[in-house]
Write a protein that binds this ligand. Structure first.
Ligand SMILES: NC(=O)c1ccc[n+]([C@@H]2O[C@H](COP(=O)([O-])OP(=O)(O)OC[C@H]3O[C@@H](n4cnc5c(N)ncnc54)[C@H](OP(=O)(O)O)[C@@H]3O)[C@@H](O)[C@H]2O)c1
Length: 369
């Protein structure tokens, strides 16, 4: 396998197209890896040429950050490693300011993360989840202060509404704050909602998308089956969950798994590799965050960019995984465009004017130039 690099959004930060997720570093949540396994996964990722690590302050109660910091330090890799971590979740139940996205919590959280990671700066610091309260102005100003203080190099947003991300980027641009270089979002063949709002925003406004749960928590590896009640991995523990991130067993997803299995067999590749290849080569994707609980899983996943998906196979995967476009995206189709242009055939602008955006599931070229 060969690791290639993209610059993250409009920044000059070079990140490997496959990042290493460390949410599974630690056994506290019941579906992670012990220290020796986590270390082996870390080492294999480094040997493969990866440089981009994703963690968060409260993953596995802080173990994820602690082990990541130790592994990086033990191999003397701090200059090479690009470390992304996040704030938002509450570290002190009963104290509302020990969580959320307000200035007081960000200032507390950054110092706690730096301590656990054993470093004096974070390469990419992300808001983890929208708290529905804190204005984008307060978040971006605080993150900019951290950049100026040397504690943070670049900033990003995870799991926020698209309008909030857009507002945040506009505030950063107009006020001269550090811009949003990354959006971290769930994206896979089983969860394609981001194509309507986030991908056009990210490609037009300089935020590289970091994909989380690219295998839909392991579903797209093909090891779960509709009739099987077993012990295959993480999702078995969430069969009766109300947590939206883990509700993966439904007819739509089983149809995707069935088609993915056929495509993978035709390519002679694992289902996980094909699912990861598809998502990594979609518009706007800067890096796909790999998750693993076993070394063999990571080794499989690291081979996902060693082959190409033909247009025909890609179309089959996209057909089975498509969902109806929500309003107003359902409204922008060709019927309406005829009424916009008065029937004249205008065509797209020449290529190179702007990155592609998705309309009705197809990449089209529009331009703000
Ligand atoms: N910003 C956010 O809100 C957010 C949310 C979630 C995750 N993340 C980040 O994204 C990273 C990846 O997310 P994820 O862990 O949900 O990714 P994922 O790729 O959807 O799921 C990874 C899990 O699938 C199973 N798996 C992986 N490769 C496999 C293979 N080749 N064959 C069979 N099973 C395989 C493993 O679980 P089992 O062994 O248990 O089956 C593994 O832990 C996380 O580590 C974290 O850094 C961010």
């Amino acid at each position: 396998m060969s690791m290639s690099y993209y610059t993250l959004g409009n920044s000059g930060l070079r990140v490997s197209r496959q990042a290493l997720g460390t949410m599974t570093f630690g056994t506290e949540w019941g579906w992670g890896a012990d220290r020796d396994t986590a270390r082996a996964i870390f080492d294999a990722y480094i040997e493969a040429g990866g440089n981009f690590f994703d963690t968060a302050d409260l993953y596995t109660g802080g173990t994820s950050e602690t082990w990541l910091g130790e592994f990086v330090a033990e191999r003397g890799l701090r200059d090479k490693a690009v470390i992304a971590t996040k704030f938002t979740f509450n570290s002190d139940p009963g104290n509302p300011n020990a969580g959320g996205n307000g200035r007081k919590n960000i200032m507390r959280a950054v110092d706690a993360s730096l301590k656990r990671l054993g470093t004096d700066y974070i390469d990419l610091y992300l808001l983890h989840v929208w708290d529905r309260i804190t204005p984008a102005e307060e978040v971006l100003r605080t993150l900019d202060d951290l950049v100026r203080a040397g504690k943070v190099r670049h900033v990003g947003l995870s799991d926020v509404p698209a309008w909030y991300a857009s507002r945040a980027q506009a505030v950063a641009e107009l006020r001269g704050y550090e811009p949003v270089s990354a959006l971290q979002l769930e994206y896979s063949l089983a969860e394609r909602t981001i194509e309507h709002e986030y991908v056009p925003f990210a490609t037009h406004h300089g935020a590289g998308i970091m994909v989380w749960s690219p295998l839909a928590s392991g579903l797209l590896s093909g090891k779960y089956r509709p009739t099987q009640d077993g012990n295959a991995g993480r999702l078995d523990g969430f069969r009766n969950t109300t947590h939206p991130g883990f509700q993966k067993f439904n007819d739509h997803n089983w149809a995707i798994v069935a088609e993915l299995e056929k495509v993978a067999a035709e390519l002679g590749r694992s289902m996980a590799q094909v699912a990861l290849n598809w998502v990594a080569t979609q518009p706007g994707i800067a890096s796909v965050i790999l998750g693993a609980t076993k070394l063999a899983q990571l080794q499989d996943n690291l081979g996902a960019l060693d082959f190409s998906l033909s247009a025909e196979l890609r179309e089959r995967l996209e057909k089975v995984s498509a969902s109806p476009a929500p309003f107003p995206h359902s409204y922008f189709g060709s019927d309406i465009q005829v009424r916009v242009t008065g029937g004249a055939v205008t065509g797209d602008k020449p290529s190179g004017y702007s990155p592609p955006v998705m309309i009705e599931g197809k990449a089209v070229s529009i331009s703000s130039n």
